[in-house]
Design a protein around this ligand. Sequence first.
Ligand code: ADP
Length: 324
Amino acid sequence: MSEIKSIGVLTSGGDAPGMNAAIRAVVRSGLYYGLRVMGIRKGFDGLINGDIEEMTARSVGDIIQRGGTILQTARSPQFKTEEGLNKAMAMAKVFGIDSLVVIGGDGSYRGARDISRLGMNVVGIPGTIDNDIGCTEYTIGYDTALNTVQDAIDKIRDTAYSHERCSVLEVMGRHAGYIAVNVSISGGAEAVILPEKPYDLDKDVLKPIIEGRNRGKRNYTVIVAEGVEGKAIEIAKEITEKTGIEARATILGHIQRGGSPTVQDRVMASMMGLKAVEVLKSGGRNRIIAVNNNEVTDLDLEEALKTKKDLPEELITLSKIMSL
Ligand code: ADP
């Protein structure tokens, strides 16, 4: 196996706070180990188009505290075609890139796997606020997003208390309820609606609200993951109509994607960036960096793509019990 000489680093798919910390870690670790590091802008599209620049230690100065990604990100339909992959491979040769660190989610790993089959050495770093990557317990951006949502819940709760209202908050997670179930616990919600679980409005939402009122509650919070059927606005309308309690919907939207990353996201991103470079340097090929049992490890890319994880039932139960 030939030694690697030059790493290309890109961010792909949805952005997440902490991606900058990961880019910084890849660049500085690469330089530390005597490698060239090339920054590829706008995900796989940038590789196809040659939107590439050599990075120095200074290119990543002053970014650890910033959300988003300085390399920007994109969804690249072209990269899913054979022609796009061949173009990307040819462009990598032009810039002397022999290995690729892809920071993103499952979709980005599929792209990484496809280009690895053409001979590129790839390593993936999990970056998504949704925490919906099967092979790892932790993804970069998740902790920051949780804290952003928590801050919003606390603010909304102040006004909900004053007006004796019910607030219905729609949080991110099209297919995964990690954010929703965790903030339902940390935010003291009466009910949480998850994409993984079918729900019954009367039993799962209206009943706990009415019972709570009868026990003396003066404000109510319902968390709705964006992926569930029946959006926050309709659910709020139904609550108002059926309970007489004024309900207001708030859709947090992209506010959850931005902001300065938490300490945890910065440290984890730094650890994963270093690990990605060390894996490549020591001959690891086509691997995914993961965090399991509080340890940063690397897994086979194909195997990692097959791994699924379920939302822990204990969290759902905990959320229910705590809402009494
Ligand atoms: P995420 O990485 O956050 O899951 P996406 O699913 O949007 O984000 O994927 C990001 C990019 O990865 C896509 O725009 C595409 O370029 C590439 N990609 C996704 N799925 C595939 C696939 N099946 N084959 C090749 N490339 C893919």
